[in-house]
Each structure stands twice: as C-alpha cells, then as structure tokens.
Design a protein around this ligand. Structure first.
Ligand code: ADP
Ligand code: MG
Length: 861
C-alpha cells in the first residue's frame, strides 16, 4: 500500500494528498504533519517506513469539505486519491492486491465549485498571466460559474488589472516582478499561443476564434496556460467554461491597486467588507447579483452607450417602486443557477443542483412575463429578456423527473419522482411491500416466542436482524427454535430467521435496483441540462444584471441619489455630493452629513483644499472620486446633481502617515505611488492627492508637494483635488491659472473648535492645530507651552516670510526641472530653535556665541 501511496504522492508533489481509505481520507508523512498543524487534529503513527514510524492523520469523508476549506484557506492545494475499484474487485485480482486508487482531482483555491468552500457574494478567479513582447496577457476563469475573460495590457496597467480581479490563484510561466505578493503558482508548459489557439478551438468546437472577437498573442498564451492548468487540476471532468469574453483593457476605467485600497472599494481599511464602498452600495438580493455588482464597481466603463444603457435600466426601477419591489421579491427566492450549473458541469452536481435549475429557470420565465409587459422598455431589455425564456422543455423534464426538494446526497436515492419511470415505481413498491412484510414479522415473532421486547432492526453490517434482551435469548438459542444466532452484545443477542432473510433479500434487491435506476436517470438529466449550459448561463447572467439594476435603484431611492449626466468635455460638477460610507456611519450615530459641491472644469481643474485636521478634507476628496466611479459603473450617485466628462483613469493617494500600520517604508511607498500618477494621468483622468508629502520632514514634504502640484497642473492637466496641511502651497494660486483655493470651514466658539464640514472658496485663515490638539485632550500645561512656541514661530515667520519665502521667484516647473533644491539656512534654523523666554542669562550668552560661530562658518571660505 505504501508503494501505491508514494507513487501517487510523486504525481502531485506540491499538494497535500488525501488518500481514501474506507470512510476516511488519510494523510501521511510531511502531509500529515502539515495538516495536523493546520487543522488542529491528532497526529498518529502507522506501520514503518525505512525503520521509522509513519506519521499519519485523517479526516472522515462526511466532514471532508469543512477540512478542505480550511486547508485551502491556509494556502494548501489538496489532491484527492479515490478508490477506483471495490475491495471485492481487488480481491478477485488476488488475495493480497491493494485496492486501485487514482487522483481524481486537485482542489485549489482558484478552481473551487463547492458551495461550502465559496463565498456566494464574491467571484472566485483563477488567473493566468503570460508575456509576449511588451504586452501581458491575462486569462481569467471563474469555474464556479464558467465566466472566462481574456485581455492583454501594457506593463503599467497589469497591476490595475490584477487588482480588479483580486485572484484566488494565479498561474504564470515565470515569477514576473508585477506578481510579487500574489498567490502565485508557477508552471512552464501550455503558455504558448499556437497550442493555446488549438486548445481553445477544440474546447469550444469552433474552426476559428474570430467569432469570439479575436485575441492577440499575449492573451492567447495566457489562455493556453490557463487551460493547461485546468486540465492538470481537474483531471477527467473539465470544469465549465463559457466562450472567452474579450475584455478590451481600454474599455474600463483604470484603477490601480493603491487607489482601490485607499478608496476602500471592496474592503475597508480594517480588512473587512463592512465599511467598504461595496458594502454601502450593495442592495442585491442574489449571490449572482452581488458578484456582478462587485465586478461592475471594480471595473467602471468608458463607453457612454453602455453606461447609459445600464443607467436606463436603473432609472426604470428607480421610477417605479412597485415594479422594483415585486422584482426584488421574485429574485430573492431564486436559487443560484450559475453556480449550480458550474457544479453540474464539473461532475460534482447533485440532484439538488438540478432542482435549483428547475426552480430558477421556471421563475425566470415568470420574471420575463412581468417585465415584457412594460410599454417603453429600456434598451437592455432586448438583450436580457430573451435569455429568460426557452427553457420550458428542460423545466418540464426536471419537474416530472425530480421530487420537489431533491437531496444533495444520492446514496439513499429517493430523488426521482413517483410516476416518472414505472419500472422504478414497481421496484419501490416491491421494496415497500417487503418492508411492510418485515414489520408484520415482528408481531408474528413476538407472539411466537412470547418475548414482547423482541425487535427487528437494521444496520449496515448485519442487515435486517432480530434483537432480544440477553435474558430472553436462551429461548431463541435452542436448535429447533427456527432462529439462527448472529451476534451477542453486552445486553442483547441478535438472530436471523428464514422468513426474515427472504423478505430482507427482496427489499435489498429492489432497493439496489431502484438506486441504480435513479442513478441512470440522474445521469440523463444532468446531460440534458448541460446540453443547454450556455443558454442557462446566459439566463443566470441576465438575472444578475436585473438584480444589480434593481438594487442600485433601491439604493438610490433610499439615499436620494441622482442619475449622473455625462458630457463630452473634462468637467466634474457636483451639487450637494456626499460620501456614502461616511454618511451611513454618521446616520448610525444620529449625526448629519454636510453635503458639498465640487466644480472642476478644463480651466479650473485643480482644487487645493486646506483646513484643520478632522475638518473633512479626506472625506470630500474621496466622495468625489467615488461619485466618478459609481457614475461610470452605471449607478446613480450620492448627490443632488452630477455632470461629468468620462474619467479614463482614477488615482487616489494618501500621505504616508495615514498608513503607518502597513509597516513598510511608507514615505518611499507614497513617493513610488505618486510617481506613477505623474507618469500615467492623462487630461481625462481624475486624481485625488491627500496630504502627499507629509511622510517626511516639513521642508522635504512641502518641497515635494509643491513640485507635485506644479507637475499635475502643467503636465498631466487632469482633474485633481489636492488636500494639504501646508498652508504655504496656497501661494501657488497666484501663478497656476487652473488652480483654485478652497478650505473646509471651522470656527472657534467660546474657546471650542467647531467643525462645519463645509467646503468654501479661498484658503483657510489658520490651521487650528492647537485647537485640534485641545480637542484631542492634550493636557493644559502642554497646550500652554505649545501656544508660546507657536507665537515665537509666527514672529519668526512674519520676519522672514515663512518657510516658503522666496518660492514665488522660482522659475516655472518646466524650467525648474534641472534646478537643485535650495538648502535651508542653518543659522535661521538654529535661531528658530531658541526659546528666549526659557533661557537663563548664562544660556543666552552661550547661544549668542553659538550663533556667531555658525555665522562665521557660513561666511567662511
Ligand atoms: P480631514 O481629512 O480634514 O482630517 P476627514 O475627512 O478625515 O478630515 O474627516 C474627519 C471626520 O469628520 C470624519 O470622520 C467624519 O466623521 C467627519 N466629517 C467629514 N466630512 C463630513 C461632512 N461632510 N459632514 C459631516 N461630517 C463629516
Ligand atoms: Mg485627512
């Protein structure tokens, strides 16, 4: 047996091997150690291998799914070796033969279909990445629903694509730099475009791929790698794939990983779904709808017609609450037919999955009838509604064939309905008669033996048998009693009898035949469903789209959101905009969110926002980025009115000290990310920069922020909101035409600071830093001290013109590219450090000497 085990293990060296033994999956050697640790189960030993006991642990078959889930989550891959013959068959081959086993499947994070292992509201992507010349090809498959996308992107956009997909597993021929930190699986074969093309044609039974839209070499190579990997992990039953969908990388708003993270699109800063934009927007009532909404928000569109088509659909449901409610009630009762189909196609379907198709498709038709009756239908109806009908024959077949709620487990049978197959009905009747006869035997045997506690029981080992308490057993033990002894246990003794045996045989045979008949029907029914796999998948997609539209309409109605209006120039005009997540949070604590306008245009495209800490700058920046994103995803937006030109790329950067928890050289990260914006933002992009430059010293930070604002203004010329605590930056307004100054308002009232959260024009009059510190509970003596230091510093500023003095004279950005930054004056710095009030006469004298020395050094040789 060990030889067989080791041979199988060698096939899948990088996986844990689940080795089927009876009712358990066993693991051995290092696998056992790793699994015992991860699952917190007992590690035992068995036999010997090369003189050492073999470590071993196991999980029972019936609970295997839960254990699998934990191993996969912990990053393992698990190969499943099943018995491919029965012990009886093995015996026939020879008394010592080991039961034949084979690896039937490799379970990996990216190829799951099991309901229990998947999040019903999130897609589960397996992504293959290949490189051809300057391009990266990406092939992404969600085998739980069969979704399959191909795209190719230039190197700088790879990160954004990967961030959008947030893959459960990635395969690549080599560890590209861009894949660092991703759940990467490396393999080298399959990634060539020629064999990929052949594989794709075979797989989809077509002579040319042109019908799918045509793909470049990079995308094809990635597809080849993906299919090869699926072949390897799925073994015999290939998972379901719909025809590949070409995804033009330039058809979507580009949003890189840092932006997604900082805008908290699908996960909040604390790593949860709660607190994310998605959670604040999501009112879908089906798993498929939730998955589609996440995809929409992750990839806002760039094409006006498609955006307007989505918005039309939302408008219809927003304007008709009765229609919306009815639709949502219907959708809510729908099973997840996309995933049921995925399981059936992967060979892991159950009668319940077929039942779900039956119920889902039947409901889809009713939904169609409700919507098709609308006068003045939105454009998307023409595409969506036809997919919901035409499944009648399959629904009829499944309705006739299956019981109302079919089970997951087939072992007990009972899922094929009465009346579907008369032979099966006869077998069941025979079995039923036998069972009734057996029940009758119990009464007869009691009477015959005079033992009122005699019982007829059934178990897996003995089958039907007679059981009496030990104290009555003697009567049945007698040779002429008509009973044969089978087993003696502590309190009871078990017997058989010829009549019982005969009936049991009848029941057993009928049962076995019935099971076989049901299994044969199941196979036919699955085949009938899979013959319509693509039509079913299309219906599932259409239902998801309807759910998303109705959900967005519901959200809009709840929050008073408006339909965004798109124009052809690069403007961004928002009236009374709000931040959906912050607004929700405030409402929960009974507070009101203050709505704010924003108005960017081609010649007023950069807003510099100043104001006290906690004043609402970050919130204002983000709410506008989120509005742009929601609008292009086809959603209404949290504002009274929104007019905007399409945004091709969205960037959000937050000054490093907001992100200290990440534990990297955060200033470095901030600069790398800022560099990416300056390299990539176009005139159509939208950028928010939140306190960039604050991760370093004041001088450096101000200098960097200054240069970045100039670059964004002069070179990128994109729409930009820039929040800063460097008051000095407001001087830029004098020189940069398209830049205007704004601030979040605050007021000191009776010595207390009151935030108004209102965005107003002009620079902030002061920074209120001390007031904020007071609010934060800094002790009074420390505050008093800070106040006197501040007064000194401000005196210094009045005298010298402040730290930004002289910057006005700097040549403009383009000319300044080659200029070195000016070093700060050490003499002034030393002077500023002196707190005159705190000096003794002696210390004051020392200070004067020190300053004179500094002055001498500076004017020296
Ligand atoms: P800043 O970036 O200026 O330090 P934030 O945007 O982080 O300020 O906002 C601080 C807090 O103020 C938020 O957590 C929120 O509770 C509140 N706040 C921000 N904007 C608003 C608003 N428009 N209306 C009401 N409260 C707001
Ligand atoms: Mg802030």
């Amino acid at each position: 047996m060990m030889a067989q085990y080791l041979a199988l293990k060698a096939e899948v060296a990088d996986c844990l091997l689940f080795y089927r033994m009876g009712d358990f999956f066993e693991m051995f050697f290092e696998d056992a150690r790793a699994a015992a640790l991860c699952l917190d189960i007992a590690l035992t030993a068995r036999g010997e291998h090369e003189g050492e006991p073999i470590p071993m642990c196991g999980v029972p078959i019936h609970a295997a799914e839960a254990y699998l889930a934990r191993l996969i989550k912990a990053g393992h891959r698990v190969a499943i070796a099943e018995q491919t013959e029965s012990p009886a068959e093995a015996k026939k081959r020879g008394s010592k033969s080991v039961v034949a086993r084979a690896i039937v499947r490799v379970v990996t994070a990216g190829t799951l279909t099991e309901e229990a292992l998947l999040d019903s509201r999130a897609a589960n992507w397996l992504v293959a990445v290949a490189r051809a010349g300057e391009l990266y090809g990406l092939a992404a498959a969600d085998v739980s629903t069969g979704r399959f996308e191909l795209t190719s992107v230039a190197a700088p956009a790879l990160d954004a694509e990967l961030a959008r997909l947030s893959a459960a597993e990635i395969v690549a021929p080599e560890p590209f730099d861009a894949l660092q930190g991703q759940p990467l699986r490396q393999r080298c074969d399959g990634f060539d475009s020629l064999s990929a093309e052949r594989r794709l044609k075979e797989r989809f039974g077509v002579a040319t791929l042109d019908g799918f839209g045509g793909f470049d070499r990079a995308a094809l190579a990635a597809a080849g790698g993906l299919l090869a990997y699926l072949d390897e992990v799925a073994r015999e039953t290939l998972p379901f794939l719909q025809p590949p969908l070409g995804r033009a990388a330039d058809g979507h708003m580009m949003i890189d990983a840092a932006t997604r993270e900082s805008l908290e699109l699908s996960v909040s800063a604390s790593g949860t779904r709660a607190g994310s934009l998605l959670a604040a927007v999501d009112r879908t009532v089906t798993g498929a709808g939730a998955r589609l909404l996440a995809a929409d928000i992750g990839a806002p569109l760039l094409g006006r017609p498609l955006i307007e088509a989505r918005l039309d659909l939302v408008s219809l449901f927003a304007g008709d609450a009765g229609l919306r409610d009815g639709l949502r009630r219907q959708l809510k009762a729908l099973p997840d037919i996309g995933r049921a189909l995925g399981r059936l196609a992967a060979g892991r379907g159950t009668p319940r999955d077929l039942g779900q198709l039956r119920d889902g498709l039947d409901e889809a038709r009713r939904l169609h009838d409700r919507l098709a009756a609308r006068a003045d239908p939105p454009m998307l109806f023409a595409e969506l509604l036809p997919t919901l009908v035409g499944h009648g024959a399959l629904v009829d077949l499944l309705s006739r064939a299956l019981v109302p709620s079919p089970p997951i487990d087939t072992a007990q049978g009972g899922y094929i309905a009465e009346g579907y197959d008369s032979a099966l009905d006869d077998l069941r009747a025979t079995g039923g008669e036998g069972r009734r006869a057996i029940a009758g035997l119990e009464a007869r045997f009691r009477q015959q033996t005079g033992i009122p506690t005699l019982k007829i029981r059934h178990n897996g080992v003995l089958g039907y048998h007679i059981e009496v308490p030990a104290k009555h057993a003697d009567r049945l033990m007698a040779a002429d009693s008509g009973f044969t002894h089978r087993q003696t246990l502590a309190g009871v003794v078990r017997f058989n009898a010829p009549d019982l045996h005969e009936q049991a045989l009848r029941v057993g045979q009928a049962g076995a035949h019935a099971l076989a008949a049901e299994a044969a029907h199941l196979e036919e029914l699955v085949a009938a469903a899979l013959a319509r796999a693509h039509a079913i998948a299309a219906a599932a997609d259409a239902l998801a789209r309807l759910d998303v539209a109705a959900a967005l309409a519901e959200r809009a109605a709840e929050g008073g959101w408006c339909r965004p209006h798109f124009v052809d120039h690069n403007c961004f005009e928002i009236e009374a905009g709000r931040h959906p997540v912050v607004e929700d949070a405030l409402r929960a604590s009974g507070e009101r969110f203050v709505a704010n306008d924003c108005g960017l245009s081609e010649d007023g495209r950069l807003w510099l926002v100043t104001g006290p800490n906690m004043g609402g700058k970050s919130t204002f920046l983000r709410q506008n980025a989120l509005i742009a994103l929601l609008a292009q995803a086809g959603s209404f937006v949290p504002a009274a009115k929104a007019t905007l030109g399409l945004v091709d790329r969205l960037f959000s950067r937050v000054g490093a000290s907001d992100n200290l928890a990440r534990g990297r050289s955060t200033f470095m990260v901030e600069m790398v990310e800022t560099a990416a914006i300056i390299a990539q933002a176009t005139e159509r992009s939208f950028v928010i920069l939140d306190e960039v430059g604050r991760g370093t010293s004041t001088y450096d930070g101000l200098a960097i922020a200054w240069a970045v604002v100039e670059a964004i203004h002069d070179r990128n010329r994109c729409r930009c909101l820039f929040a800063t605590h460097y008051h000095e930056l407001t001087r830029l307004a004098e020189r940069l035409d398209a830049l205007s100054l704004h601030h979040v308002r605050a007021r000191e009232w009776k010595g207390e600071l009151v935030f108004l959260h209102e965005v107003a024009t002009g620079p902030a009059d002061r920074s209120y830093g001390l007031a904020v510190a007071k609010l934060a509970g800094l002790p009074p003596p420390v505050l008093a001290r800070a106040r006197s230091v501040l007064a000194k510093l401000e005196e210094g500023r009045a005298a010298t013109g402040g730290i930004a003095a002289g910057l006005d004279d700097l040549p403009l950005f383009a000319a300044a590219l080659t200029q070195e930054e000016a070093a700060p004056d050490p003499l002034l710095a030393a002077l500023a450090e002196i707190d005159a009030d705190a000096l003794s006469p002696r210390e004051a004298l020392d200070a004067v000497y020190r300053l004179k020395r500094l002055a001498a050094e500076q004017s020296g040789p």
